[in-house]
Design a protein around this ligand. Structure first.
Ligand code: FAD
Length: 278
């Protein structure tokens, strides 16, 4: 059972609780991106199991009128076991999505996985365009990756980047990452007709996206994590902005909860207050 303190960041352990959460979000005009927690499997079994769980979830979503989709991690689908395993599992998920007209997002993990993730996305999105890929502004290669994907169907989600990377391939200075985010966002608005997702809680980046939308007319959506700036999510949605909340669920919630609490002072204070009961 997930303790109430973790429920701020995690939608529950079961698919049913994730669907309930999606319904609540939809009531506030916010779409749901559901992510089954799990990553870095070193054998095929759990990767196949998670792929199957995603297929069942997509079928369940397809039976409703929920505005909900999924986001998958390559290492959860078996990339550490082998690229072939990852590709097979992704293909199964895309087939289930195609049968239900559902959208599939792909998360981006650390730089050792970027090529395999881009290759797999390219291979699928040509035949199933309701897909999106996450790109990371901290990686110096990202402008090139945006150009590579330009002209393909599908969306991209631009994030600042969550992984510690070597300094020769990535920016670590916060101001430089922000500058790279702005530059990449403008490039993305120029080339992705299907739309750009701003995967950020940063009001400055969201304002920048709104300016770029005015300039280029490219559709955009704001994506934020469950438990982070939820008031802003609701306000943006009420103002007519397309907002999706990335909501993780599943029994592997502990390490995710720990990561969220440790990444920001505000989150750590929230956890401390909850433990102290005030
Ligand atoms: P930060 O630079 O952390 O913060 C900038 C500003 O945002 C702050 O000054 C504050 O004003 C506001 N803010 C941020 N957090 C809070 C908070 N807790 N409370 C109040 N205000 C806050 N990373 C990957 O590497 N791969 C992925 O696939 C990936 N997918 C993601 C999907 C989504 C939907 C989101 C939102 C993020 C994802 N990330 C991913 C994580 C991302 O790379 C960043 O690590 C994370 O979003 C923090 O950066 P930020 O842009 O939100 O802003």
């Amino acid at each position: 059972m997930i303790p109430p303190i973790a429920r701020r960041f995690v939608a529950g352990e079961s698919a049913a609780s994730a669907m309930d959460h999606a319904r609540e979000l939809n009531d506030d005009g916010i779409g749901a991106i559901l992510n089954l927690l799990g990553e870095h499997y070193d054998e095929r079994g759990p990767a196949d199991d998670d792929a199957q769980t995603y297929c069942s979830l997509i079928d369940e979503i397809g039976e409703t009128d929920l505005d909900a989709c999924i986001s998958v991690k390559p290492s959860q689908l078996g990339l550490d076991v082998g690229e072939g395993v990852f590709r097979e599992n992704l293909e199964r998920i895309v087939e289930a999505a195609a049968a239900n007209d559902a959208f599939v997002w792909m998360d981006m993990e650390d730089h050792t996985t970027t090529d395999a993730t881009l290759d797999a996305f390219e291979a699928q999105v040509e035949s199933y365009p309701k897909m999106g890929l996450c790109l990371q502004a901290n990686l110096k290669r990202t402008p090139g990756d945006i150009e590579r994907l330009a002209g393909l169907p599908g969306k991209i989600r631009l994030v600042k980047g969550a992984y510690e990377e070597p300094s020769d391939i990535a920016y670590s200075d916060k101001a430089r990452v922000n500058e790279a985010y702005r530059e990449n966002l403008e490039l993305a608005f120029q080339v992705f007709d299907a739309g750009v997702a701003i995967g950020s809680h940063d009001p400055e980046m969201i304002d920048h996206a709104m300016d770029l939308h005015e300039e280029y007319g490219t559709p955009y959506e704001v994506q934020m994590l469950m438990g982070v700036r939820e008031d802003a999510q609701r306000e943006l949605a009420a103002d007519g902005v397309t907002v999706y909340q990335y909501a993780p669920y599943g029994d592997k919630w502990l390490s995710y909860f720990y990561r969220r609490v440790m990444e920001r002072k505000e989150n750590a204070l929230f956890a401390l207050r909850a433990v102290l009961g005030r």
